[in-house]
Design a protein around this ligand. Structure first.
Ligand code: MG
Length: 503
């Protein structure tokens, strides 16, 4: 099927032709963003910031260009006559226009400038574990987020306006009911597993040093198990692992090498692979169109969590990994599959979210979600924030940070103005299990699929149900199409109970 066949209406073709320039600017920005996290010389960050902000201003002006907007209006007049692909194009563009129109240009500029400054101070504050260095910038970011929310508008809760930016259609009420349910059901599972040491809380392999070159080979071997397309994708190194979809044929993931506790680099690769697969399996007809990205952050995260946890942290996958690890990391030969499985699934409360296990991860999200909601509604000041953070950690995880670097200073998000982003991580966890449940109805048990190395069947299922649609459908609609219902934490809780309590 060629592009001309799925996008039939003349007005849509005109819009897509104009859009190609905006796409190209996005392409350049993504490549620049990837470069700044990987190979860019440190001192180039100011120039890169200036170039990026000029590009985003240019791209905004093209999107809000009169001629482009009048074409969009014409397409909206005949919306009901459009096919699903064409409707998707209009929906995605209309949403972007609404957001850009609502936010005045000087607010966007101020946000961009504050972001750079706040991020630099956050880095320093975290390094020195001195919250006071970051505090005024956090206050500024909260103030700007509140302003943005007021410009964007909301029905019930101011925080809704921000949640919607990251997960289309998500509201505080919906997020709260989901997160409260997850927290109240996970907490007793975690406490039982931890108190009774059903899974270990420590493992000797955490301290074992590995050879970085050997580990790089292993990570490549793991991606080979999934037929990672090296002519369309890369694996590089960065301080914080991430995925960038630069185009449908240029998807790049990164990992990091600390030199000990090899599961950290390995599971970063598996996580980012899940993100990459999504981008690699989007319908090629969507090239250069607004449908090129995924449906939402939550759905994207469901794909990374699926490969990292449901596949990657399973006993069956540990069996597949064992010979790959044995060959290049000789110390692994002393541990059998069961021991490795335990090492991959250590359960203990940690101060740091990104170091946390499957059972405590979402409790870290609940904490951030509660605090963001209070910040945005003026119920929490930056002066009281560290104490609230530490007390909530104690309430949820039973441990209390002693230093702000282990507490409120650990995440980059609030420094770069991302308020409303965190809940999408838990949505991703929940959806990964919901999608796995639907997959099993069609393909049989995932454990059997792994044992038989039927990874291509899994990939094809995800392509057919989720990936190929790109940004065509709203996240909620896509999930209902794929699983028959809206997001439902039941499958996730069941999966966790089975894995951690049924040995
Ligand atoms: Mg992710």
């Amino acid at each position: 099927m060629s592009t001309t066949e799925i996008f039939k209406k003349e007005i849509i073709k005109e819009i897509l032709e104009k859009y190609r320039v905006i796409w190209a600017l996005g392409h350049a920005s993504s490549l620049m963003g990837w470069d700044s996290e990987t190979y860019m010389p440190k001192q180039a960050y100011i120039d890169r910031g200036v170039a990026s902000s000029e590009i985003s201003v240019l791209s905004r002006s093209l999107l809000l260009d009169k001629d482009f907007l009048s074409k969009l209006d014409r397409a909206k007049e005949v919306y009901e006559d459009l096919n699903d692909y064409e409707k998707g194009v209009i929906r995605v563009l209309d949403r972007a226009v609404k957001i850009y129109r609502a936010l005045p240009e000087d607010l966007i500029k101020e946000m961009a400038l504050t972001r750079e400054e706040a991020r630099a101070h956050w880095v320093q504050a975290r390094y020195k574990s001195d919250y006071n260095i970051f505090k005024p910038y956090l206050a500024k970011n909260i103030e700007l987020s509140i302003k943005a929310a007021e410009y964007l508008g909301y029905d019930i809760d101011r925080y809704d306006a921000l949640l919607d930016l990251f997960e289309e259609g998500l509201t505080y009420r919906k997020a709260k009911s989901i997160l409260d349910e997850v927290a109240s059901k996970i907490k007793p599972i975690f406490e039982k597993v931890y108190d009774e040491e059903i899974f270990p809380s420590k493992h000797p392999l955490e301290d074992v040093k590995y050879d970085i070159e050997a580990m790089k080979e292993i990570n490549k071997e793991v991606l080979k198990l999934f037929n990672y397309p090296w002519d369309r994708a890369r694996l590089d190194i960065s301080a914080h692992p991430f995925t960038t979809g630069i185009s449908l044929d240029d998807v790049r993931i990164t990992t990091r090498y600390e030199g000990y506790d090899f599961r950290r680099t390995l599971y970063a690769v598996l996580h980012e692979y899940g993100h990459a697969l999504y981008d690699l399996q989007i319908d090629p007809n969507f090239k250069y169109t607004p449908l090129e990205g995924g449906a939402s952050l939550g759905i994207h995260e469901s794909q990374s969590r699926f490969w990292e946890n449901i596949i990657g942290r399973s006993r069956e996958f540990t069996e597949i990994l064992k010979p790959v690890l044995d060959e290049k990391l000789h110390f692994v030969r002393d541990y059998d599959v069961e021991e490795l499985y335990k090492y991959f699934n250590i359960v203990r409360p940690t101060y740091i979210r990104v170091d946390s296990d499957q059972l405590t991860y979402d409790l870290h999200i609940v904490l951030r979600f509660r605090m963001e909601h209070m910040f945005i509604n003026g119920e929490l000041t930056v002066d009281d924030a560290p104490e609230i953070w530490n007390n909530t950690m104690e309430e949820l995880l039973g441990i209390k940070p002693k230093r702000d670097s282990e507490g409120i200073l650990q995440d980059i998000h609030w420094s770069i103005g991302l308020m409303g982003y965190f809940p999408t991580y838990t949505l991703g966890n929940i959806l990964s299990a919901q999608i796995a449940y639907s997959m099993e109805k069609k393909l049989g048990k995932i454990s059997d699929l792994i044992i038989d190395s039927r990874f291509s069947d899994i990939q094809n299922y995800l392509k057919d149900e989720i990936h190929r649609y790109g940004g065509m459908y709203k996240p909620e609609e896509l999930i209902i199409r794929a699983t028959g219902e809206d997001i439902n934490p039941e499958y996730y809780i069941r999966y966790l109970r089975n894995k951690f309590l049924t040995q």
